[in-house]
Design a protein around this ligand. Sequence first.
Ligand code: TYD
Length: 138
Amino acid sequence: MNYARIIHLKKIPDSRGNLTAIEQLDDVPFEIRRVYWIFDVPGGERRGGHAYRQGQELIIALSGSFDVTTDNGRESDTFSLNRSYYGLYIPAGTWREISNFSTNAIALIVSSTDYNEEDYIRDYNEFETYAEQKQQHG
Ligand code: TYD
């Protein structure tokens, strides 16, 4: 069973301003296909509320803070992201929702796949059935 987990990214401290870099298959445990970001989120809004069949992600709070709730069908966790040198790794087959965005928060999302609506599971009941079958048959 795969679990969502925080990955500590390297931070290069500098009196001129800090720097963090990510490289595929090193800091990020997959080949990077796509990067997108979520910004200008109105107060109280939530994003996500779906799972991917194949897609893996790394979610980083580039600016501000937000919470990510993950669910692999067995266990649910909530991670508070508020540092740009922490990444939350989300394995394939994980339901995830992002909430509690602070003002000016930016969520950077690094993905292992191209955008493909067919890869989404947007119905929670369908996800539960999918996760159960995956646990039984791998
Ligand atoms: P969605 O993944 O549902 O957003 P979130 O999970 O953050 O709430 O995507 C919202 C819309 O944006 C949807 O119509 C598809 C489009 N979209 C793209 O065109 N390309 C992308 O890479 C992503 C992630 C979404």
